[in-house]
Design a protein around this ligand. Structure first.
Ligand SMILES: [Mn+2]
Length: 312
């Protein structure tokens, strides 16, 4: 793979050596961005750095199809080079997402970049053995070091159960769940936050499983998320829900029982769905406020969506 390094990454041992020390280490994060998502990607990274404890560092693999080096430079511009290293990971031609037959059928909220997640293990630096994948519509509200050190119990990935689609047999879950020799009530995860054991991921040949699944379906209701739930069925660890709190949880009726206090301990807030804070007409809440506080730490400081325009 082609790998251009913005500044040389420091390699500080594997996860187990980090786990033994605990008080210092390096969190490795992967984000997939394109020209339409450069600014929110910068906000995600700035928020991660902002919440990082002293003595911890951040290495960011910036995976981009049609992402210019100017874009990467602008993202890095306001980061602390002592703490955060951004590694550009261009997409080789044979991994272009338009190889997927579904690419022409994506709705307007998606670009063909959604398929790149299926190739993540081939796109991040090859010596990495663990990575925290984050969607670019996420703002860190707390340090992610605790998440980074999470034991995955031998599973390939860690993820958070989805709110609106809690099980594989839920509406918008896995239409073919019966083919999995499953009961149907197994959890379905949101793919916006994935803590990945890259060796286990690489051993599973995810692109092949994904292509077979996509080729067999007329339609995908949840795109990459649906494919990942299919590919990793029975091989994922359920992370604490505070690591992927979506806007679904802002509705009072959804915060019941043991989840009633979830908004008090948000680690990562995910602007899943159509209301994005960088779009005109977005909703207002404490997490949108946090998004703009972090945006003001980037090269886009002071930017706000044009007033008066409607959403989309
Ligand atoms: Mn998302």
């Amino acid at each position: 793979m082609v790998l251009s390094v913005v500044s040389a990454p420091m390699i500080r041992g594997n996860v187990s050596s980090i786990a033994r020390s605990g008080s210092s280490g390096t969190v490795r994060v992967a984000l997939i961005s394109d020209s339409a998502y450069v600014m929110p990607t910068a906000v995600t990274i700035a928020s991660l750095e902002d919440k990082l404890p002293p003595l911890w560092r951040l290495e960011v693999a910036l995976v981009g199809d049609q992402l210019s080096s100017d874009d990467a430079a602008k993202i890095s511009q306001t980061l602390d080079p002592e703490r955060t290293t951004v590694v550009e990971c261009p997409v080789p031609g044979d991994l272009r997402p338009d190889i997927y037959p579904m690419s022409q059928r994506l709705n307007k909220e998606h670009s063909a970049s959604v398929w790149l997640i299926l190739h993540l293990a081939e796109l991040v630096p090859p010596h990495w053995n663990r990575v925290l994948y984050l969607d670019s519509d996420i703002v860190a509200c707390a340090s992610v070091t605790e998440l980074w050190l999470q034991d995955l119990g031998g599973q390939a990935i860690g993820a958070v159960q989805d709110g609106p689609v809690p099980t594989i047999r839920s509406e918008f879950g896995l239409p073919d769940w019966r083919a999995l020799s499953a009961k149907g009530n197994e959890q379905y995860f949101n793919s916006g936050v994935l803590l990945i054991d890259l060796e286990r991921w690489r051993a599973r040949n995810i692109p092949q499983i994904a292509r077979a699944y996509i080729g067999a379906r007329e339609d995908l209701v949840q795109y990459d998320q649906e494919v990942l739930n299919w590919a990793f069925f029975g091989d994922w660890y359920a992370l604490d829900k505070r690591w992927n709190v979506t806007g679904w949880w802002l509705h009072d009726e959804n915060r019941v029982g043991r989840d009633s206090d979830i908004l008090l301990s948000v680690g990562l807030f995910h602007f899943a769905g159509r209301s994005k804070p960088w779009k005109s007409g977005h909703k207002t809440n404490t997490f949108v406020d946090e998004f703009y506080a972090m945006l003001d730490k980037t090269a886009w400081a002071g930017w706000r969506p044009a007033a008066g325009a409607t959403e989309d």
